[in-house]
Design a protein around this ligand. Structure first.
Ligand code: 2AM
Ligand code: CA
Length: 270
């Protein structure tokens, strides 16, 4: 993909995401059919499927040689690193979509030969579009986000986001370490949409987002956007994330990432 093609694609995706978001807002109060997937808390609605189908059609019409990796089953079966892959979560934060009718996002990452080229996270109900084009920085709507390293930070001044379930006995991590982390930081938040939490790290509203298990479509756009503002994005052992794999994630301001991994998370993994 050359520079001009990449920019055309970037502009098109942003327009399509805004269109899809407008449809979701229009139907936000419609009656919902809610089903469960892997467990009773893992929800899916007809809207999740409709939004993914909307993008699947666009890709097949305008970018026939691109592949789709999506959460809801409209994607291609044989995904590999050599092609251009759209990694889509049509609604990230389905539980919020159903219960709160806010705090959910459309998340799209485009990877070409394994490199993240375009990241889009759309906070549908607030009409905030986070976007990044590799090498050009990240934006919230038309405002360029400043690099995170422009602000100095210590862990005890930090606001950290993770799920409350990591404070209970669980199979991923020693909960007492997470309890110590709660004690040591300034504040803890939990919002329920991984994509929006990555966007919040990128804009400095959160200083870190830590999560034990995400799928590629939860991660793809966030990784590009966070890295474009100089945030650090690894798994909980501090290792690089393979974008086509399920992984834990520590995404953070560069001043606190290493301490989070070395002092708390790395030794606490079960
Ligand atoms: P979803 O709404 O697209 O399913 C909630 O804590 C966050 O974790 C959301 O971003 C949610 O995405 C994601 N999530 C929920 N269940 C998950 C699972 N079983 N595996 C990976 N991510 C999950
Ligand atoms: Ca989803």
């Amino acid at each position: 993909m050359d520079k001009i093609e990449r920019e055309i694609l970037f502009n098109r995706i942003r327009a399509w995401v805004l269109d899809a978001g407008a449809i979701i807002r229009e139907k936000i109060h419609d009656p919902r059919t809610i089903s469960t997937k892997s467990n009773p808390k893992d929800l899916v609605t007809e809207m999740d499927r409709a939004v993914e189908f909307f993008f699947a059609k666009k890709i097949k019409t305008f970018y026939r040689d691109h592949l789709l990796l999506g959460e809801e089953g409209f994607g291609d079966s044989d995904i590999n690193h050599t092609d251009t892959v759209w990694i889509i979560d049509p609604i990230d934060g389905t539980m919020n979509f159903v219960h709160q009718k806010q705090n959910f996002a459309i998340s799209i990452g485009i990877y070409h030969q394994g490199v993240g080229e375009i990241g889009i996270i759309y906070d549908v109900m607030n009409n905030n579009l986070y976007s990044a084009l590799r090498g050009n920085g990240a934006f919230k709507n038309d405002r360029k986000l400043p690099p995170l390293y422009h602000t100095k930070l210590t862990l005890n001044e930090s606001i950290v986001c993770f799920s409350h379930r990591w404070l209970m006995k669980n199979k991923y991590i020693d909960e007492t370490v997470m309890q110590q982390l709660v004690h040591d930081v300034r504040g803890v938040r939990s919002y329920g949409s991984a994509a929006l939490d990555f966007a919040r790290v990128a804009e400095g509203a959160l200083d870190a987002y830590i999560t034990m298990q995400l799928e590629p479509w939860d991660i793809a756009a966030g990784k590009i956007i966070v890295e474009e503002v100089g945030g650090i994005f690894t798994d909980i052992r501090g290792k690089q994330i393979g974008i086509l794999e399920r992984s834990s994630v520590v995404s953070a301001h560069p001043d606190i990432h290493e301490k989070l991994v070395q002092k708390y998370l790395k030794g606490a993994v079960k």
